[in-house]
Design a protein around this ligand. Structure first.
Ligand SMILES: Cc1ncc(COP(=O)(O)O)c(C=O)c1O
Length: 313
């Protein structure tokens, strides 16, 4: 889906016109992938709108920057306030928010020290990431996820998404909607832009972060909801074949939200219908995000914009 432009973009603390948020082709980031970013959603509420887990996302942006020795000249509070200011200035909700910190125009050497750090934030409407109403048909990718101590998987860095692009393009070329990558040890890691969960005999499993997975905010939300609903949850290494014999498999992510998986490598997940536990977790997730149930975990930051879409769980 093409990006829908809005009126303003937040740049280093100022709101500037969308068209003026440009960078030079010789910027460090263009040549060496030196950016860290976030993807955040703002949901419709019965009265107004709210950003889902804003401080957690901004903390992850600061963490990603720290890993890459990138000093962001903004505090967590300033970044969060910037998002609220941006959404209210553009008056668009529900929406997707994309903050990015990058190494700009300065020097051409690989060392980024001589290139200034620039922070931008944009917001725009963005609907469902994985199309269709049933479960997704996915494959196991022939590409592995990032090996430990090569590209840090806990940093949400632009460069990591070259690996994600390979996974996603291969899946689409072969007629699948998404790919699940294994880590270099052959254990389940994650999708190109989602964490992965499975359910077997009533127990919920997801790979630990040590299997080269991003510490997904939605992953954490679903783990929290699952524990709260009384399910047994285990973060443990998962062999590939456990996906084929699972009762339920689903993705989590800000873009994908809670997305049931129908088949993996053309093997149906159980009877191919979204499973009961996936449904319960998804329902609870959307009920909280959309303000239909109390915000008992303190996940919502209200913004003063009337949502343009009705709230449906
Ligand atoms: C590689 C990867 N894994 C997992 C996720 C899910 O993370 P989150 O739930 O924080 O969006 C994403 C999305 O940001 C991602 O790009």
């Amino acid at each position: 889906m093409p990006i829908q432009s809005t009126s303003k973009i937040w740049h280093n603390g100022q709101l500037i016109p969308w068209e003026q948020a440009t960078i030079h082709v010789m910027s460090h980031v263009v040549h060496y992938g030196s950016s860290v970013f976030e993807g955040i959603r703002c949901y419709a509420q019965p009265q107004g709108s709210a950003v889902f887990r804003l401080p957690e996302h901004m903390q992850r942006l600061l963490d990603s920057a720290r890993i890459y020795r990138m000093n962001l000249p903004f505090t967590l509070e300033e970044l969060c306030a910037g998002v609220v200011e941006l959404i209210e200035a553009n008056g668009i909700a529900p929406c997707y928010i994309r903050p990015i910190a990058l190494r700009g125009y300065g020097e051409i050497g690989v060392s980024p020290k001589g290139s200034p750090v620039e922070v931008y934030m944009a917001n725009f409407p963005w609907g469902k990431y994985i199309a269709g109403t049933g479960g997704a048909d996915v494959c196991i990718s022939s590409w592995n996820r990032l090996a430990p101590n090569t590209m840090p998987a806990l940093a949400k860095a632009g460069a990591n998404y070259m690996n994600s692009q390979l996974i996603r393009m291969e899946a689409e070329a072969n007629g699948y909607q998404e790919g699940i990558a294994l880590d270099v040890g052959g254990l389940v890691s994650e999708g190109s832009g989602e964490n992965v969960f499975l359910v077997r005999n009533g127990v919920i499993y997801t790979p630990p972060l040590a299997n080269s997975a991003l510490s997904g905010i939605t992953r954490d939300s679903v783990l929290t909801i699952a524990r709260h609903l009384g399910f047994t949850v285990t973060e443990q290494p998962i062999p590939r074949e456990m996906l084929y014999i699972a009762d339920e498999v689903f993705f989590t992510g800000t873009a994908a939200e809670v997305q049931p998986i129908r088949s993996i490598d053309k093997i149906l997940v159980a009877d191919g219908k979204p499973g009961e536990i996936t449904r319960k977790l998804g329902e609870e997730f959307f009920a909280i995000a959309n303000g239909l149930k109390p915000d008992r975990f303190g996940w919502l930051t209200p913004v003063n914009v009337a949502a343009t879409e009705p709230v449906t769980a």
